[in-house]
Ligand binder design. Structure first.
Ligand code: C5P
Length: 235
């Protein structure tokens, strides 16, 4: 899967979880060639996130995953995605409700943007789902079923914890779809607030196409070496 001719291994996506575009650009420059794919999230939206996306694409030939987790009425989601489809982004997240996914697919039109569905936020447990009046049952089963429905509704892939990757990969609806997993930690690393973590190698061997890693790279004394060490762990 790794293209030996390319400089970067795009199975690794680095989360640019920094407050503004300047800090994001600086981090991407420090990391350099080994990483070709970056995630920009809501935390940077007011700090020039979209401008940074364009700069990384146009000036540094990087790929961008815009993690917006859109959720609204279909008409609004469609309009938002239509606007974003001109940015040259690779991935965009929406919540995995079928009506949201269908609206996002309408909005992306003929662009190459991939719509990835978020199933259940990893910060939510059963108590939280009860508060939200979400159907009773095991959280993992709900995640897998929401992933199935999102893909059946046309999502190009899903965001999943490494612990759900294998079960989602086994779904018939997952054929040809992307699985992108955060919650990845190199062996022996600090877990931070990520409770259900797996190593990069395990996530990939369980069926993930891409892993998303933030703090272990961002907070490392040498982010480039930290990224290279993670890439060296990939099968
Ligand atoms: O933990 P780390 O810094 O590697 O997180 C990278 C990305 O994973 C974050 O940008 C966030 O989107 C996601 N994340 C998550 N669940 C958490 C914490 C972070 O899915 N509990």
């Amino acid at each position: 899967m790794t293209d030996t001719l390319s400089k970067s291994d795009d199975r690794l996506i680095v989360a640019l979880d920094v407050p503004n575009a300047l800090a994001g650009l600086e981090l991407a420059q420090r990391i350099g060639d080994p990483v070709g794919f970056y995630k920009i999230g809501l935390g940077m939206l007011t700090g020039g996130g979209l401008a940074l996306a364009r700069e990384l694409i146009d000036e540094m030939d990087k790929r961008i995953f815009l993690d917006m987790k859109l959720f609204d009425i279909g008409n609004t989601v469609e309009a938002a995605v239509k606007g974003l489809a001109h940015y040259g982004l690779d991935f965009l997240t929406v919540h995995g409700d079928p009506q949201v996914v269908r609206a996002a697919q309408e909005g992306k039109g003929s662009s190459d943007l991939k719509i990835l569905a978020v199933t259940v936020l990893t910060s939510l447990d059963r108590d939280d789902l009860d508060q939200m009046m979400i159907t009773p049952g095991d959280v993992q089963e709900i995640v897998v079923e929401r992933a199935r429905r999102a893909m059946a509704a046309g999502a190009d892939g899903v965001i999943a914890s490494p612990h759900e990757a294998a079960m989602i990969r086994a779904l018939p609806e997952a054929t040809g779809k992307l699985i992108v997993t955060p919650g990845v930690r190199p062996a022996g690393a600090e877990t931070g607030d990520q409770k259900r973590v797996a190593t990069p190698a395990k996530a990939i061997s369980d069926g993930a196409d891409h892993i998303v890693v933030g703090r272990p790279i961002k907070s490392a004394p040498d982010p480039r070496s930290a990224a290279e060490a993670i890439l060296a762990e990939l099968p």
